[in-house]
Design a protein. Structure first.
Length: 361
């Protein structure tokens, strides 16, 4: 029978997030199987069944879901996410705000509460959440080109929409937190492109940050960690994200954010869910190079007190050599435990992953 590397307890993940000396580096979204991977490998991916993320995630649809709002106009379907426009005219804003969903009548809330409660019974760390917080959700509502112009010419309408959306988000978070005990909240907002943020830092601070702060304050009042995924270069926004209450930031994207400079500037004030590069490292390198990159990330982000979790940088897509996925997961677990021991963890190191993994083969 194949032996498993046992997932960390809730308490150990909290130690990592709150920088209180975990026994090893937790995994979260490490087995992020992306487009085409199942089609390529099928049952071969079962070789990783003995590896579980240390964080259980329970997702719900974004509460600002136009398809569930009974709007009086026909919605655009198909095409890329940022080419669909729900609010093509600000004259529709009143109806849009009026018909936003309420957690009191949304069956998705009870489903999520039930799943969180079942997951919490396992003694594991549990997140709830949804994809697309503000910027990503708004480019679906307005279209990317319109939205980027709105920050200059439609500030009043945009502020009203932000205020309404933020209010719904906070009510949903309060409803879930009031009914069960999630440890974290996961969401996404791809705020960066390859060389900087998608909007000027001043625009972010004036027009978006206040709503991040409201969400962050709501989560903090409920004792819930705020996990944010944001691709691209977020360096110029990190101070605002920290002030807003983001607890864990993912992925510190390779080739857009400088890892060493990021740790030097922000380490100790935020925890990093460091994501291994899925575009080049996992796709193009050798297994030994993948292991070397994992060790570099751990050596860079893991501090004596913790402050690091490990993930894939985004979905691991078709074309990725399966031996590279194996090297990533193996090294993340094995070196993650060894490194924690080397920086003074009081917990004993766990058995070697490789000694457990290969007993099955």
């Amino acid at each position: 029978m194949k032996r498993k590397w046992e997932p960390l307890s809730r308490e150990e993940v909290i130690k990592a997030v709150e920088q209180k000396g975990p026994s090893r580096i937790p995994l979260c979204r490490a087995k992020w199987w992306g487009e085409g991977l199942h089609e390529q490998y099928g049952d071969d991916l079962k070789r990783f069944d003995g590896i579980e993320d240390d964080v259980i995630q329970v997702f719900m649809p974004n509460p600002i879901d136009p398809s569930r709002m009974d709007l009086s106009w026909e919605l655009a379907t198909g095409g890329a996410h940022d080419s669909r426009i729900v609010l093509d005219d600000w004259s529709k804003l009143d109806e849009f705000v009026e018909k936003m969903l309420s957690p009191e009548s949304d069956p998705e809330v009870q489903r999520v509460v039930g799943e969180v409660e079942r997951a919490r019974a396992t003694g594991r760390y549990v997140q709830f959440g949804w994809w697309n917080l503000f910027f990503e959700r708004f480019w679906l509502l307005r279209g990317m080109e319109n939205l980027l112009c709105d920050y200059y010419v439609e500030q009043e309408n945009l502020a009203r929409l932000y205020d309404a959306v933020c209010g719904v988000y906070c009510r949903y978070a309060e409803a879930v937190a009031g009914a069960c005990k999630p440890d974290g909240f996961w969401t996404s907002d791809d705020l960066g492109h390859q060389t900087g943020p998608m909007m000027g830092p001043g625009i972010f601070h004036e027009q978006i940050f206040p709503y991040y702060k409201r969400v962050g304050d709501t989560l903090k009042s409920k004792g819930i960690h705020f996990w944010l995924h944001s691709c691209g270069d977020n360096t110029l926004l990190m101070e605002d994200l920290i002030e807003a209450g983001v607890t864990v930031f993912h992925p510190v994207q390779k080739h857009t954010m400088d890892e060493l400079a990021t740790v030097e500037q922000f380490g100790g004030r935020i925890t990093f869910l460091a994501g291994i590069d899925v575009q080049h490292t996992l796709q193009e390198k050798t297994p030994d190079s993948v292991r070397e990159e994992v060790r570099f990330l751990i050596d860079t982000f893991d501090r004596p007190e913790g402050g690091m979790c490990m993930a894939a940088g985004n979905g691991i897509v078709g074309g990725t050599p399966i031996e590279n996925i194996e090297a990533f997961l193996e090294e993340a677990l094995e070196y993650g435990a060894v490194h924690r021991g080397s920086v003074g963890s009081s917990e004993p190191s766990r058995p070697s992953f490789s000694s457990l993994f290969f007993q099955a083969f």
